[in-house]
Design a protein around this ligand. Structure first.
Ligand code: AMP
Ligand code: MG
Length: 492
């Protein structure tokens, strides 16, 4: 069974302080609610060899899977700006690591797997609604071309879990090249275990940045790589209108993945300071704050890596400061490139950044972010009438007409070809995103009827967010009025 899978549990080879070896606790009445074929094949499961019944016994901890070495990873992190010295996987286990045919290592992780040493007050479980949200959103992000952890399977159960009320418990199988977080390094730095800090950095380099191996100033170079990946990732989030919701350093991936989907949301109406997490009363993680928070989180990472940068603390700090100073430019360049792509601009002009900013200012609080850019992708440069439907959405009709006129002149000047530009823009301006109300409908059907058909439909739809998919066109609409009442918090 699963004979083609090669476990190669590298994390379990690290010293005992890196984790707590613990098996998943079986979940009453567990069954597969959804299996994602894309991730199955990514891992090298062939359908012929994939025995669903056996697989569920393994992943829910009813039977030990030969070759797996389940463990909860230890980490710390800055939560809402405050350092918490020990967090760790409180409700997840890394079942094992699988080496694929290209020698790439994949973590197979179960979320909602029961109590671990790091559970603190928690019950170690995850509720169905949060598993569905993560299951769908990780695949939606992948469909949008944004680095993310992936989702292999959704497991429903008959077990109830108490949050504000009793809710169905569930598990999600998560797959990623790494689950190492900024907070994983912070843990060893603040515990003053610099040997272990180095060991962890070496592990990250060996498995995820192999090109750096054997180079001089290797830890400095590692930091620069993480800095670049993080700046790019956050620019990509801003481009699609994704708000993460809990950008604590324990939710920041060392390989630049979108990690730990909690109270996330895609913008419906454009609102720069949109706060998706109802527990975030100060708006620390508001949409517009994400780029700045990226820098804060990278500063925390730099602090944790100081002993690795240089033996001389002053030189180490100077290096960190100099590299962090590049963040704004890295972020802004990445975001400007994305803005040009979204606007269908081939050439680079000085005013491009301002062109985007002034559009967003006009959209603020009234225009649907995703739908607008998709509609803009069908504008004809020399047909003024083609802008009418776009302009109608704005209350400031004079402002939007001026903007559209300026934009059309800009396109005209670079001799933009409508057909080419339309095609290109439709590969960056998605037609479909996972709006909160879409996830909510799938959740309600699953919770009330044990019916996962909407989960399946959304999974299919969001895998190809840029394609027209006419039979799903009703998903490319503004949210219904009840969407405004959905309350998403950290509780999951
Ligand atoms: P999150 O906000 O989901 O990233 O979680 C922050 C920390 O709390 C992580 O260390 C989680 O493992 C832990 N945690 C969250 N929910 C639970 C739970 N129900 N039981 C135990 N630990 C949890
Ligand atoms: Mg987390």
């Amino acid at each position: 069974m699963f004979s083609q899978l090669k476990f190669d549990n590298q994390y379990a080879r690290l010293p005992a302080e890196f984790y707590h070896k613990v098996s998943p606790e079986p979940l009453e009445g567990a069954e597969f609610a959804s299996l994602n074929p894309d991730v199955q094949s990514l891992l090298g499961f062939t359908q012929a060899d994939f025995n669903v019944q056996q697989f569920i016994l393994y992943v829910t901890g009813v039977e030990a899977w030969s070759g797996s070495e389940p463990l909860a990873m230890c980490y710390a992190g800055h939560q809402f700006g405050t350092y918490v010295p020990r967090l760790g996987d409180g409700r997840a286990v890394l079942l094992g690591q699988i080496r694929d045919e290209q020698q790439q290592l994949w973590d197979l992780q179960i979320k909602g797997s029961g109590i671990t040493r790091y559970s603190r007050q928690g019950d170690g479980r995850a509720v169905l609604r949060s598993c569905i949200r993560e299951y769908l959103c990780s695949e939606a992000m992948h469909g949008l071309g944004i680095p993310t952890t992936r989702a292999l399977a959704l497991i429903s159960s008959k077990q109830t879990v108490y949050r504000e009320t009793f809710e169905p418990g569930a598990m999600m199988l998560r797959v990623a090249q790494s689950h190492v977080r900024f907070g994983s390094l912070e843990y060893f730095y603040y515990a003053q275990k610099f040997d272990y800090l180095q060991l962890l950095a070496d592990y990250v380099i060996r498995e995820h940045y192999p090109d750096l191996e054997g180079q001089t100033d290797v830890y400095q170079k590692l930091f620069v790589m993480v800095l670049k990946k993080t700046a790019k990732l956050i620019a990509q989030w801003q481009g699609v209108g994704f708000a993460h919701g809990v950008l604590n350093t324990d939710n920041m991936s060392i390989i630049g993945l979108t990690l730990d989907y909690g109270p996330f949301a895609f913008l419906d109406t454009y609102e720069a300071n949109y706060i998706c997490n109802h527990s975030d009363t100060s708006g620390r993680y508001a949409f517009s704050q994400q780029p700045q928070i990226g820098l804060f989180n990278l500063s925390c990472l730099a602090q944790a890596m100081l002993p690795l940068f240089d033996d001389d603390p002053e030189r180490a700090a100077e290096f960190a400061k100099a590299e962090l100073a590049h963040y704004q430019t890295l972020y802004q360049t990445a975001y400007l490139n994305i803005s040009r792509d979204k606007l269908g601009l081939f050439e680079q002009e000085k005013g491009d950044s301002e062109l985007m900013a002034s559009l967003l200012a006009l959209m603020e609080g009234q225009v649907d972010y995703t739908l607008f850019f998709r509609q803009l992708s069908a504008l004809y440069v020399e047909q003024e009438s083609s802008q009418n439907a776009l302009a109608e959405q704005f209350s400031n009709s004079r402002g939007v007409s001026d903007w559209l006129a300026r934009y059309r002149v800009r396109l005209f000047q670079e001799k933009s070809n409508d057909t080419d530009r339309h095609a290109r823009m439709k590969t960056v301006n998605a037609k479909y995103i996972l709006r909160n109300h879409m996830a909510e409908s799938a959740i309600k059907l699953a919770e009330n009827e044990n019916d996962f058909s909407e989960v399946e439909r959304l999974l299919t739809l969001l895998r190809r967010p840029f394609d027209e998919q006419p039979s799903y066109a009703h998903y490319a609409q503004k949210p219904p009025a009840w969407a405004g009442e959905i309350c998403i918090s950290c509780s999951s």
